[in-house]
Design a protein around this ligand. Structure first.
Ligand code: ADP
Ligand code: MG
Length: 285
């Protein structure tokens, strides 16, 4: 730690703190995630070791880059490249939502990050605005792999019991206590995120687990008008819906990400090939 100069706190979670620091020798800015004493608390130890293991395995342009790890006085320190802001900051600055093109750019990169994790059989399990970092050039870096885990094979009969991630982005199967959930929980969270980016408001802001279920059921009970809008040139060939005066690519809303049945939800790799990204060669640019 002596090699770094602390520039202040940037995040505080249940398992430790994140400090903005400067490497004294090179001047490089980093974020240092300092876990709580991990010998006393088994959960902290488990989360730290899990995050280290997965981050070492996962290298991708749209995932936060782990630079260095050490343990000192029973605490783990994880050093990351420093990233300027989070999606939460952008949402707070834009209470009416982000514009369609920005949302599309972010969504595409989030999907790339999640698709990459899924390819490696890893589910993130805590996709939400605070865990999406955005660098100066609007490059998305998914972070916080403390809850992420490798999927067990169905033949192992593996069940997951330690799910504690943020309620608003939780898929229905998690709310009813399904212990055999999988990659579709991340797709649900991405669906919630897309609508939040477009409207500026969290889609299902439940204040208890039961209220969370009510929010979801209420939304699906609503009739949403399906229209085709030709004004928006980049989306001219797409079906879109208008929800609270916001135009939403229909495909992402009800047919794909936000299906109640996890089996019916699209895979991230399929979503990346959607006309929303391919029709104007956006995905190639
Ligand atoms: P926690 O498990 O406590 O949520 P995170 O890894 O999500 O830990 O980090 C907490 C917060 O710290 C993030 O929401 C973000 O605001 C900030 N943060 C994390 N990593 C970085 C980074 N590499 N650069 C800048 N800020 C970061
Ligand atoms: Mg976090």
């Amino acid at each position: 730690m002596e090699r770094y100069e602390s520039l202040g706190l940037v995040g505080e979670g249940s398992y430790g703190t994140v400090l903005k620091c400067r490497h004294r020798e090179s001047g490089r800015l980093v974020a240092i995630k300092k876990f709580m004493d991990s010998d006393d608390d088994k959960t902290v130890k488990k989360i730290a070791l899990r995050e280290i293991k997965l981050l070492r395995q996962l290298r991708h342009d749209n995932l936060v880059n782990l630079l260095e790890v050490w343990k000192r006085r029973r605490r783990w320190y994880l050093v990351f490249e420093f990233v300027e802001r989070t999606l939460l900051d952008d949402l707070e600055k834009n209470p009416n939502g982000l514009d369609l093109n920005t949302s599309r750019q972010y969504l595409y990169q989030i999907l790339r990050a999640v698709a990459f994790c899924h390819q490696q059989n890893i589910i993130h399990r805590d996709i939400k605005p605070e865990n999406i970092l955005i660098s100066q050039g609007d490059l998305i870096k998914l972070c916080d792999f403390g809850f992420a885990r490798t999927m067990t094979m169905p033949t192992d009969g593996g069940v997951y019991t330690d799910y504690v991630a943020t309620r608003w982005y939780r898929a229905p199967e998690l709310l009813v206590g399904d212990t055999k959930y999988g990659k579709p929980v991340d797709v649900w969270a991405v669906g919630c995120l897309l609508l939040e980016m477009l409207t500026g408001q969290p889609l299902f802001p439940g204040d208890s687990d039961l209220d969370q279920i009510f929010h979801i059921v209420r939304c699906f009970g609503k009739q949403i008008s399906l229209v085709k809008i030709s004004k928006i040139s980049t989306l001219s060939t797409l079906n879109v819906i208008v929800l609270n005066n916001t135009v939403i690519p229909w495909c992402f809303h009800s047919q794909n990400c936000l299906q109640m049945d996890p089996e019916s939800r699209a895979h991230c790799s399929e979503l990346l090939d959607h006309p929303l990204f391919t029709q104007d060669s956006f995905n190639i640019r």
